[in-house]
Write a protein that binds this ligand. Structure first.
Ligand code: COA
Length: 162
C-alpha cells in the first residue's frame, strides 16, 4: 500500500486501538462499551478510523464518531494519536464526514469543544464551523466551558424566493 492516510469504517477489531488513543487524549474517556454501542447498536452513528501507512506498515492513528438524526449531523468524538498529530489526519477525518453529507438533505453539523482546545477549534473553524453558543461548566476534569460550533450545510428556507 502507498504511504498515506486512509480513512475506513471502523470494525470491532479496531476497538483496542481506538480505546488506547481515547485514554491518552481525554480526561474522561469513552468506555469500550460506549464505542461498541455506537458501532453495533446505534443506527444513527458512523465510526470512521484513519490508518497511517508508512514503509508498508499501517497504524490506526485516529477516529471520528458522528451521528445523523432527522436532518442534523453531529460530531460526537474525534481524536488522533499524539504520536501522529499535526500530519493532517484530523483534517482528513472531518473532511470525510463533510464529504459524506454532500448532496444530502442535512441542514447543519454541530459539535462541542472545550474552550481551551485551540487545535480543535482552529481545525473546525478552517472548515467553516462557527461558534453559536457556550455552556459554562459543561465539561469536568477540569471543569470548563463548552463552545458549541455549527456549520450550516443547507441554506435556510426563510427569506428565500417563493
Ligand atoms: C484536534 C485534533 C483531532 C487535530 O488532529 P491533527 O491530526 O493533529 O490535526 P491536523 O494535522 O489535521 O491539523 C488540522 C488543523 O487543525 C489545527 N491544528 C492542529 N493542531 C494544532 C495546534 N497544535 N495548534 C493550533 N492549531 C492546530 C490547524 O488548523 C490545522 O490546520 P493547518 O495544519 O493547516 O494549520 C488532535 O489535536 C487531537 O486528537 N486532540 C486531542 C483530542 C481532541 O481534542 N479532540 C477534539 C475534541 S472536540
Amino acid at each position: 500500500m502507498e504511504p498515506g492516510i486512509y480513512i475506513r469504517v471502523m470494525e470491532e477489531t479496531d476497538l483496542p486501538g481506538v480505546v488506547s488513543i481515547e485514554r491518552q487524549v481525554f480526561s474522561i474517556p469513552w468506555s469500550p462499551a460506549s464505542f461498541l454501542y455506537e458501532l453495533l447498536k446505534n443506527p444513527h452513528s458512523e465510526l470512521l478510523v484513519a490508518d497511517i501507512v508508512q514503509q508498508a506498515e499501517g497504524h490506526l492513528a485516529g477516529y471520528i464518531v458522528w451521528w445523523l438524526i432527522t436532518g442534523e449531523a453531529q460530531i460526537g468524538n474525534v481524536a488522533v494519536d499524539p504520536a501522529f498529530q499535526h500530519r493532517g489526519i484530523g483534517r482528513k477525518l472531518v473532511q470525510t464526514v463533510l464529504g459524506r453529507l454532500e448532496g444530502r438533505e442535512v441542514e447543519s453539523i454541530t459539535l462541542d469543544v472545550r474552550e481551551s482546545n485551540e487545535p480543535a477549534i482552529s481545525l473546525y473553524r478552517s472548515f467553516g464551523f462557527e461558534e453559536v453558543g457556550r455552556r459554562p461548566g459543561y465539561y469536568k476534569k477540569p471543569c470548563e466551558t463548552a463552545v458549541l460550533m455549527t456549520k450550516v450545510l443547507l441554506p435556510s428556507e426563510e427569506g428565500g424566493n417563493s
